[in-house]
Every structure is written in structure tokens, then in C-alpha cells.
Design a protein around this ligand. Sequence first.
Ligand code: BGC
Length: 752
Amino acid sequence: MKWIIFKPIAVILLLALVPNQKVFGQLDEIQTKVEALLKEMTLAEKVGQMNQYSGFWDATGPSPREGQAKDKYGHLKSGMVGSVLNVRGVENVRKMQELVVEESRLGIPLIFALDVIHGHKTLFPIPLGEAASWDLEAIEKSARIGAIEASAEGLNWTFAPMIDISRDARWGRVMEGAGEDTYLGTRIGLARIKGFQGDDLSLNNTIAATAKHFAGYGFAEAGREYNTVDIGTSTLYNVILPPFKAAVDANVKSVMNSFNVLNGVPATANKFLQRDILKGEWDFKGFVISDWGSGLEMIDHGFASDLEHVAEMAANAGSDMDMESYAFISHLQKNVEDGKVDIKVIDDAVARILRVKFELGLFEDPYRYCDAKREKDLLYHADHMEAALDMAKKSIVLLKNEGQVLPLNKAQKKIAVIGTLADDKNSPLGNWRLGSDDNTAISVMEGLKKYTDQITFAEGAELVVGHVDFVNEAKINTTDKSGFAEAVALAKESEVVLMVLGEHGFQSGEGRSRTNLDLPGVQQELLEAVYEVNKNIVLILMNGRPLTIPWADKHVPAILETWQLGTQSGNAIASVLFGDYNPSGKLPMTFPRSIGQVPIYYNTYSTGRPGPKDIVFWSHYSDEVNTPLYPFGYGLSYTKFEYSDLQINDSDPTKVEVSVVVKNTGDRAGEEVAQLYIQDKVGSVVRPVKELKGFDKFLLKAGESKTVKFTLTDNELGFYNNQGEFVVEPGDFNIMVGPNSMELMIKSWVKK
Ligand code: BGC
């Protein structure tokens, strides 16, 4: 190893000794080092730290405009790059790190980022699926394993978790979040951050997390990707911002801004969001990364005249690092020289970035994540597979089970398996899986074969025509029914039919908005054709968002929601079908009856005419009921749970205790998620008809009961007014507990 490899350490040691010690006396050790290093840097080098390039493959967005890419290698060597994304693998990472550390003047190491969204090599269920588990421990473990595998491939920063709340299933990225609810989304976001970052960021198996996208991205108008976001203060403060505030309080290292315009101002140049709230009121200590080219997009938004203008506005508004817009690297130095951006803005941004690099331990050893042995030993480790299986089972939601069709008897004869997704090893991996290998999922057919030899497969209908991948739009088969006859004939001679239908894994995710939520292509027709000859159907849904399946709900006796469950898909599904695992998931997002109800969510305000009334003038549709097909929080089990004895004890008004007795009245053990909702009946700003404020997941043996306890403090009872102040108001509340957001025991309570 050449001496020069230790250049960063040498620089720091040297600088730490310079006579700044007194000035930095009260500051922490890292701050001292950051300040000392900053003093050594030229303006160009500072701007370089604020620049992030994508690696030279796996682009995750449109290519930069002609001519803007310039000489990426040259920039690496001259210290003009602070971070890269989409470079992975110990060898690649080491090579690029060496280039920067050995060749650039100060040798400041790069941070290596990737979207590690639901596992890295070993894939866990898509995040929306994991959210259906309501199991924070398992979710934290999933992120932990994602971090272990990603760091073993040389990475030290993930662009996750996505903590955007969204109520609109037309938006394809709901697959990447935790659903529609702020309370659940916050708890899950925190679990994921803890899993990625651990307790000590300098360990070689922890990575920096990113809370994204700040802010409002999940509220794109009409669910169309990248569309305008225009929302009121109450929704912003109470629904969208709380998960980000919690992430900042939990010391998340970076926040990503977003592509959208929020109330007329692009998030990337939004001072109100980034300066006033994030770095001001919340005192965020990490740094803000732009989204891919989101700076450049401000020109198309009609907010910036050119790239120079972009750089000025983004930096002044608090964006610290520019991903693939080439704005900072091309213009920020000039912006400073022209007096348009204060050097203090640059120093603050660079200090934030350097701080995270120190915390990651990169100055002590820039190659601490480049351990070829770890890479070899840890990817697809057996323990990771086991955890992925556990998580996959927990993410499955039983939506219907009439006549106890499920679980199947292990001696069941003549099982037909219909639907192309049943035999697919790729689609169940889901979207956002940049580190993974294609076709590594256990298919449903493979999973089932471990239980029985009584299965026969028919494709029925090809769901997607041709090749689909991360960057290409899926082409749906809407015409070809040539496989129907074989499927129908098979169903006719079978005792039970397992129909595996839904979306291809690349039909949800970024850029995959839909205007209808039906089963894509000819799948609905296939389902109906099979039903004609055999009604004993179990519908196994695979999808990245809520779908509209009213026909299936009416006719098909059993429905299982399995999302895209990752590497262990088929094993998890088979164990639920045959009853080795009793399903325990609950929906993190409302399932509509019809696309016209979207956005549909449980925590609505009451209108002034909630109805129902016998004349037409109340808030309703003429052609559909208001209620969802399956509500938020809903999910069945192979056993039954009974709720009784709702009690409220407010002897200590700072900790109101709510309790309920839950009994397993069925004949097998099962897990239940008891949910606590409140309604503040009269508020200075109107409050929702119900809001989730607590939940508990527990296992009960057959016949066993448990007193479940929740605590309500001012944190749960208060809300943000339209000035963004958190207020707690006395008055009448409804306290509700139950198995989902619609079947609730209810008690009135007065907050003094
Ligand atoms: C997405 C981000 C992602 C980035 C880098 C963008 O298109 O919106 O969430 O982190 O690409 O892959």
C-alpha cells in the first residue's frame, strides 16, 4: 500500500494540531476535524464535495443532458466528486475510492450510495408488503440485513427509507412506502432507519440512511408520477411532515428532496422546507441530497432559467448535494464569486457532508467497507434467507376465507395452479432491487412442490408481453387468450384451483402510475372463465399496490394478498396455503371498490353532510358506496379473535391508559394486531374521524386471552394547527380499539 493511501488521516492529524484547538474547544471531536479540513479546502474542492455522480452503469434515471456529463473520471481524480451512486462490489468500490484517495489533492474519500430498498441480494418483501406485517422488529431486521449485505458490497449509504405517505394507489411508488397512515409510517420509518444505521455508524456493517422524499411526493395530483403537489397546511403538518421530523430526531444522516413542486415551489429550491423547517426548526444535522436531476428539472418546471440559476437557488434553499444535475459542479463556484451564493452556505453544506464521512469512519480507513471476505461470506447468507422467509410470511394478508377453504389439507388431491406469475422467479422479487440477481425468487410452483406432488400448472394468460425491467415500461397482454382453454380444462378436472394473478413486479414502482387498478390484461376474464367450471378457487394476489377486485371479493371464496414477497416468495406462500403459518398481516393501505373512490383512506375528515340521507343531498356517489372493499388495518387469520372490556384509566392525565381484552376463540394459535384509534371530536382545526395512535402485535394460543394496553400522551392527543404549532386541546374524544379501522369498540372520554 502506498503511503498516499493514508493521506486523509495525515491531513486530519495535521490539521487537528493547528492552532484552532481553542476555538473548537467546546465542539465535539468530529466538528473540530471538519472545521480544520474545511480550512484546507479551495472553493472548487468544496463544490466538488457537493457533487454526486452516478456510476457508469445501472443508471436510475434519464441520462444527463448532452454535454453535461463532462469528464467524470477527471473529476474523480481532481477531488470534484463527493459521492457516487450505483457503483457496487468490493472491487469496483475499491478501484474508484483509490482513484480519489490517491490522486486527488486532499484525498477526501467518497461515500458510495445505492437504493437498498427491501434487501440487497437477499430480497425481502417490497416495503408496502413489509408494512402489512405491522412487525417493527422484523422490519428493523430486514433493513439491518439489507445494510449488512450492501456494506459487504462496499456500500455505505442507502437512499431509504421512503417515508412518503400516500393515499393514492394509482401512484406506482406506493410499493416503496409504508402506506397511507402517518403513525404507522413513522414507526416503520424509524425501524428501518435503526436497521440501516444501527447504534454505531462507524462499524463496517452499518450504513447511512436517507429519509425521502422531502416533501409531498406521495400526493402527486391524480397519482401521476412527478406531477404537481398542491396541499393545504393541515395535511402538510399533520400527515406528510411527521415521519420526517421523527427521522431527524432519530438522527437520520441524510434527507432527499423530491421531484415535485410543492404549492408552487420545487422541493429542491424550497427554502421553507429545507431551511426553515428541516435545518431551522428541526435542527437537522445531516445533509440534503437532491433527487436524481431534480435541480435540472426546475428548468422544466418553469422555476429556473438555466443551470446556473438552478445551482444558485438549490444551494441557497438548503440542498447540499446535487445528484446528477451537474448544476453545482458547473456553476456553484461562479455563483459564489458573483456574490449570489454566500460562502457560508457552501461551508455549511460541505461541513454536513464531511461530518457524515467522518462518522462512517471513512477518514480512518476509506476502504473499511471493502472486505472481499465479507462480500463472499455474507451475500445470500443462510441467516438472511431465514429472516427473509419470516418477513415474507408475516407480510401476507388473508382478505377472504369463506367456508374455511384455507388452509389446504396437506393430503389435498388434484390442485390446479393457474396464472403465469405462479411459475415466475423474477416478478416476485418486486421493483427497486438494484443489487439483486434476476430470477432468484422461489416461485409459487417451487414452494408448493415441497408440500405436494398433486399440482398441475397452466399459464392461462401471459401477463406481460416481452422483456420488462427497471427502466422499461411493462407491456400488458390485453388480447391473447390462447392459453385459456388449457387452464379451463385443468380447472374442470381439479378439486381446488390456486389462481396466482396480479401485477408484474415491474408494473409498480417509479414511473408506473396507472389509471385503473383492475387485474391487468386479460386476467379478470381468465378468472371468470375458470370460475365458470370450478368455484373452489383460492386467489393469490401478487401486486405492488391496492387493486380493485370487487368481482373476486363477491365470487371467489378465498383471497390472499401476497404483494411481491422477495427471494422467499414461494416458500412463504406455500406455508400459508398449507397452514404451517397462520396469516397475520393487516393492510397498510385501503383497498377501493372502484378507481373513482381514489384517493380513499380511513382518516378522513367528516363532511358537513356525512349522511346517509334519504334525499340526494349528502356526501356520496350515485353509483358506488363510500366504504372501501377492504379497510386500512384489515386482515383475517385462520383463527378468530374477540375483543371485549374496553377501559380507559386517566388517573395520570399525562399517561392515559387504554386497555382491552383480546381472546383467541378459534382452535389454533394465531397472531393479532390490536389497533388503537382516537377522534378529537371538536378541534380548532377539524380533526379526522379516526386516527391510528397505537398498535400491538401478539401471539395467542387457542382459547388464550390477553389484556392489551396502550398509552396515550400529549404526543398522540395533540396535532399541528395551521401555523405549524403543535397543540393539545382539552375536550371530547372517542377512543376506539379493534382488529381494523372499521370494526372498533368505542368509548367516549373527556380530556381535561
Ligand atoms: C428516485 C430516488 C432514488 C434515485 C437514485 C430517483 O429516480 O426518485 O428515490 O433514490 O432515483 O436512484
